[in-house]
Design a protein around this ligand. Structure first.
Ligand SMILES: NC(=O)c1ccc[n+]([C@@H]2O[C@H](COP(=O)([O-])OP(=O)(O)OC[C@H]3O[C@@H](n4cnc5c(N)ncnc54)[C@H](OP(=O)(O)O)[C@@H]3O)[C@@H](O)[C@H]2O)c1
Length: 282
């Protein structure tokens, strides 16, 4: 399994996404099992948020992880922008901690930028680190200008990761954002790495090159898509799987490596942008 360093922690590079987990009560047992199967096969990182199901997803995470040692896991949670203020952040964090059933998060992200000044949010995040409620903090849906603004703040350099949309359909961040993050050794957390099961463009699951690579590696095209997000290092990829078989396949995709020829073929077939793109989000 490939690894990624976030802050001072080295982690398996395939994590567990949780958006929409818990939405359908009928699916809940399989979803709990999917999270457990991913952990049992080597995943350590769980990505969740107060936004997901308005807290319901965090409660499913709690159920899934109750039999695991807390320090075996690396839990990422996110605060909504409207709660990222002096008055509300700690309350939001406490509620998330209670729903997940833990007394700290390894990483706490500002989910996206809102109207609360960044300096106020960073001050609160730093205060939560000092209180031991979070081990580190980061951001999500930040573009180049957002990171530059962040880094100008006194504690802005303490940010340990930026979580953005990244998959074969959405390579916009490769033009300027990813190079900037590489320069600052800031890892990317790649969200929707499977293009939401190819529901964005709909062109990936029937793509002949992806099918050929999947056949050659004896894996699925989704595993190829996932491995592609990890090809240059410095990336944690967080597929969501409510199906335990998918969850295991995703962890196993962390072992796939491509030859230079395969990477060339993918780069030609899915070209990266040659100009600045607006930051894509979901
Ligand atoms: N920070 C942000 O703003 C933000 C935004 C979006 C997402 N995220 C995070 O990123 C995570 C992943 O993104 P996402 O949930 O949008 O989409 P995604 O991971 O790209 O795709 C999830 C879909 O792919 C399917 N799938 C998973 N593994 C598969 C496999 N091996 N083979 C075939 N299909 C497979 C899932 O089906 P089953 O469920 O049936 O297995 C589900 O329909 C989220 O869950 C969330 O934690 C963060």
């Amino acid at each position: 399994m490939q690894t990624v360093k976030i802050g001072t922690t080295t982690l398996p590079a395939v994590g567990i996404g949780t958006w929409h987990i818990g939405d359908d009560p009928v699916k809940r047992p399989a979803e709990v099992q999917a999270i457990r199967s991913a952990i049992d096969h080597g995943a350590r990182v769980i990505d969740t948020a107060e936004m997901y199901g308005m807290g319901r997803t965090e409660e499913v995470v709690k159920e899934a992880i109750e039999d695991y040692m807390r320090d075996q896991l690396y839990i990422i949670d996110k605060v909504l922008p409207e709660n990222a203020s002096h008055h509300l952040l700690e309350r939001s964090l406490d509620q998330s901690l209670r729903r997940v059933g833990t007394d700290y998060f390894d990483l706490y992200l500002l989910h996206w930028r809102g109207t609360v000044p960044l300096a106020e949010t960073v001050t609160e995040l730093e205060r939560m680190v000092a209180k031991g409620k979070i081990r580190s903090w980061g951001v999500s849906n930040f573009d180049v200008a957002d990171l530059e603004e962040l880094w100008r703040l006194p504690a802005g350099q303490h940010c340990v990761a930026n979580e953005d949309l990244y998959n074969l359909d959405e390579r916009g961040i490769e033009f300027d954002l990813l190079p900037l993050m590489k320069k600052h050794a800031l890892p990317l957390i790649a969200y929707s790495p499977l293009a939401q099961a190819d529901t964005i463009s709909g062109r990936l699951s029937s793509d002949p090159l992806l099918q050929e690579l999947a056949t050659n590696h004896q894996v699925s095209i989704y595993q190829i898509m996932l491995a592609w997000t990890l090809r240059h290092g410095g990336v944690l990829t967080i597929p969501k799987a409510g199906n335990p078989t998918h969850a295991i396949a995703n962890v196993e995709a962390g072992d796939i490596s491509f030859t230079p020829d395969e990477l060339d073929a993918l780069a030609k077939h899915f070209p990266k942008p040659t100009s600045k793109q607006p930051l894509a989000t979901i």
